[in-house]
Design a protein around this ligand. Structure first.
Ligand code: ADP
Ligand code: MG
Length: 234
């Protein structure tokens, strides 16, 4: 999560055993709380990747799964929009080659074959951190520059009510973009509210969650879907 307060206390963080749920396990946990996530399979060979794509349906996305790689796309670990078996086969080789070259020491757990979420969509982010004084805290913002450059985010202490969730969404400066802007249709605010409530329930019921990052969630006119997830346990 961005700018976690815990970051400033690195020595304390390091002295605790950190365990991360990478994208597949984090998405499974989200799905168990009814949070909509993209369909996926973790594979270990090119042949398995092709089979998985047949089962999921085209187009698909390939992503690296490694405990040593947190920001997958920074190292070329995400390849989007693969439309044919040939494209998947080529991308599978490319993906592993890139990782071997850019992060030679990374342990590779597998390759994620994932349903490609359609565009256009608005990207939003939901996060959670544990505040030393207030406990689990939920964060909301719009994807890309809004969170990273403009720090346009809202926070609430969990558990949150439906009203809190709606307020969090309306509070960010970028909210007009969710209401529909020029030719873009309005985004499904209720679907975002629902995800915020479910994340709140999840962090309250699982106090071992230290950090959670759903980044991004793609939001459509009548649905929303988490395309990347990461959870850090303490
Ligand atoms: P990173 O570890 O770099 O954050 P992500 O899984 O978030 O990797 O992928 C990077 C970007 O690729 C996302 O921000 C999103 O825009 C796009 N993306 C990732 N997965 C999907 C998907 N399944 N469908 C559509 N777009 C995706
Ligand atoms: Mg991401």
């Amino acid at each position: 999560m961005i700018n976690s307060k815990e970051d400033s206390n690195a020595s304390v963080a390091e002295s605790k055993v950190k365990k991360a749920l990478l994208e597949p396990a984090a998405k499974e946990m989200c799905a168990s709380y009814g949070i909509p996530v993209t369909k996926f399979k973790v594979v270990k060979t090119r042949a398995e990747a092709l089979l998985a794509a047949d089962e999921l349906g085209f187009p698909v996305v390939l992503k690296i799964v490694s405990p040593d790689i947190i920001h997958k796309s920074d190292v070329g670990g995400v390849i989007l929009n693969l439309k044919t078996s040939q494209e998947i086969s080529d991308a599978y080789g490319d993906l592993l080659k890139r990782i071997k070259c850019r992060v030679p020491k990374a342990t590779i757990t597998g390759v994620l074959v994932e349903e490609m979420a359609l565009s256009p969509a608005v990207e939003v982010i939901v996060g959670a951190t544990k505040d030393r004084h207030f406990g689990p805290t939920i964060m909301f913002g719009l994807g890309g520059i809004f969170v990273e450059a403009l720090k346009d985010v809202s926070f609430r202490i969990a558990p949150i009510t439906e009203i809190d969730a709606l307020d969090m969404i309306k509070e960010v400066k970028a909210y007009p973009l969710l209401k529909g802007y020029r030719n873009t249709p309005p985004s499904d605010i209720n679907a975002i509210k629902d995800i915020l409530m479910r994340v709140s329930k999840m962090v309250i019921e699982n106090p071992e969650i230290k950090e959670l990052d759903l980044n991004p969630i793609l939001v459509y006119e009548k649905s929303a879907k988490v395309v990347d997830a990461r959870i850090i346990l303490e």
